[in-house]
Write a protein that binds this ligand. Structure first.
Ligand code: RBF
Length: 343
């Protein structure tokens, strides 16, 4: 009797485990690992990556998303991404910033089947990695052009100066090779004598340090600054708002944080790009070319200048609006082309 019950329970267990594994086969979802190299909140490119992935998961029941927020300590990213890749069984890993392809390249050597998609970066020659770089030169050129026009205008609190500002968190090749030169060249197309007042915070979160640098910039007679500082940008906005000076903002729609201070915003279409890439990967589309680097910009619809906001149309002087919109139109329709090459 005891012997018989053993056989029965064995058969029962066997049938359960068989039915489990067949369910798994039917329900095997397309699995996406999202690696945030930093903190999501307050950091535009990461917020867009995160939100795109979450929205995809809502819209596509067969796509499963796992997100790892790796934090600000950059020296831990490679180890954290290695564990992330090792533990899960991702069909693709998607991440974003210009430093990530190197890290994915190192990890790819030990995980030969893992595919990586990295936005906001440029990297060629690894058949496991596809990269997409926004034409940041275009965005910065327009913001620099606008900054110079505002700084030479008769708006309230404008002082006579040849200086425009740029406050950044950290220096990196995309910044020094394209973002800053684009900004200066855009400004110098208005006035060739314009100079840059350039400040580096040293991290992506120190609001007080950002505020101090912004105040000292304002004391140095700067009327207008650009800012790429993630969550530390709050400090820059506060200082410029308090002094009734002006900001042109890279990457995202920030107008509402300081109407009348933030006069122009660029927009990286990272949300649209990430959604599209995950769907393409899910469909195994040949549009994603591993081993290659793509550069995408305004003409392709992956970058914009947000001139349809009421905060822009209410506060930016009308004569400057006309000039900005003419430049934007020329870039969108291909009359003006700013080429970017590799990083
Ligand atoms: N941008 C952010 O807004 N927040 C960040 O925490 C952040 N971390 C970065 C870390 C590294 C190592 C690099 C190279 C870039 C980082 N960026 C960050 C910049 C971001 O990827 C993007 O290039 C800029 O925002 C300009 O569009």
């Amino acid at each position: 009797m005891k012997y018989l019950s053993c056989i029965i329970s064995f058969l029962l267990l066997f049938s359960i485990s068989c039915s489990n594994s067949s369910n798994e086969n039917i329900e095997k979802k397309f699995s996406v690992g999202v690696f945030i190299p930093g903190v999501t909140s307050g950091n535009p490119t990461y917020e867009m990556l995160n939100n795109a992935a979450l929205d995809i998961a809502k819209e596509y029941p067969n796509i499963e998303i796992k997100i790892l927020e790796a934090g600000y300590n950059q020296s831990q990213w490679e180890q954290k991404l290695t564990s992330f890749v090792a533990q899960k069984n991702f069909d693709i890993v998607i991440t974003s910033n210009p430093a990530m392809p190197e890290i994915c390249n190192n990890i790819s050597k030990n995980f030969k089947n893992q595919k990586f998609i990295v936005t906001d970066s440029y990297y060629e020659g690894n058949s496991q990695i596809a990269t997409y770089m926004f034409n940041q030169y275009e965005q910065s050129f327009i913001l620099g052009y606008a900054a110079a026009l505002i700084s030479k205008s008769d708006m309230k609190n404008i002082v006579d100066t040849k200086k425009i500002g740029f406050i950044v968190s950290q220096e990196f090749p995309l910044l020094s090779k394209y973002i800053i030169p684009g900004y200066i060249e855009g400004a110098q197309s208005v006035d060739k004598d314009i100079e840059l007042d350039y400040r580096v915070i040293g991290n992506w979160y120190d609001v007080n340090k950002a505020l101090g640098l912004a105040e000292s910039m304002i004391k140095n007679n700067v009327n207008v600054t650009a800012v790429i500082a993630g969550s530390a940008s709050v400090g820059v906005i506060e200082a410029f708002k308090d002094a009734s000076k002006y900001i042109v903002f890279n990457d995202t729609d920030e107008y509402v944080k300081a109407p009348g201070t933030i006069l122009l915003c660029g927009q990286l279409e990272q949300y649209k790009l990430v959604k599209q890439l995950i769907i393409e990967a899910f469909n195994n589309s040949s549009n994603i070319e591993y081993g290659k680097a793509k550069i995408i910009g305004m003409k392709d619809g992956y970058l914009d200048i947000l001139t349809d906001s009421k905060y822009y149309s209410n506060y930016m002087p009308k004569d400057i609006q006309i000039k900005i919109e003419a430049l934007v139109a020329d870039i969108k329709n291909g009359n003006i082309i700013f080429e970017m090459n590799e990083l």
